[in-house]
Design a protein around this ligand. Sequence first.
Ligand SMILES: C[S@@+](CC[C@H](N)C(=O)[O-])C[C@H]1O[C@@H](n2cnc3c(N)ncnc32)[C@H](O)[C@@H]1O
Length: 221
Amino acid sequence: MKQTVDWHSHWTRKSPGFHEGQVNSYLEQFLPLYKLQPGDTIFMPLCGKAVDILWLSQQGYQVVGVELSEVAIESFFAESDIDFVKVQHENLVAYESPGITLYQGNYMNMQADYLTGCKLVYDRASIVAIESFNRKSYKLKMLDIVSPGTPMLLVTLDYDQTVMQGPPFSVPVSEVEELYLPEYQLELLQSNEQIEERPKWREIGLGSLLESALRLTANEV
Ligand SMILES: C[S@@+](CC[C@H](N)C(=O)[O-])C[C@H]1O[C@@H](n2cnc3c(N)ncnc32)[C@H](O)[C@@H]1O
């Protein structure tokens, strides 16, 4: 997967724009739909240092994430005041603590055996971090590493890509639907207009920024 975005430079900023700093409201609202059991594993692709990692582990889930940036992962553990051990794998470095394992390196190097028993994929600001020409590979990799039919909670953004270049990129609900066919069907859980909350994006010239939470469930194929 060829990448054009220099993510490491985003992480040299004190607080990258995409970092929420609080538990994602869709996650809190919609997680009960998935009827997970304590101890179940949740995969967070391209996890950054999201507060959601800590929150999910505090709810009793095992969290597995993958993130390119060492700075992001080390900040996550430092800010959460959690000790970790580092384990070198072939292409990734695992940062392990009870209930949380974050793999540092390229998502494309994840392996199915790192995600055994995974019961949910939580994709917030992850698909929208992937360039359009890489989204198919991202999806195919996902199908490779999680068990067939693993449900997903996915949060995406839709805006006029001619006005702003991204990342995050605009990935309309229809594109997510098309991308995940035929393996998944999609349910729109909620859409919210976010432009008032993002004055910088309005200044750039965007008139709308639609955020949507989606539930993906397996199709019989
Ligand atoms: C928009 S941020 C979202 C982070 C997180 N999901 C959140 O909600 O805060 C996208 C993240 O993906 C990471 N990333 C981009 N490409 C990656 C790749 N190929 N493998 C692993 N991480 C990647 C970036 O370093 C960045 O932290």
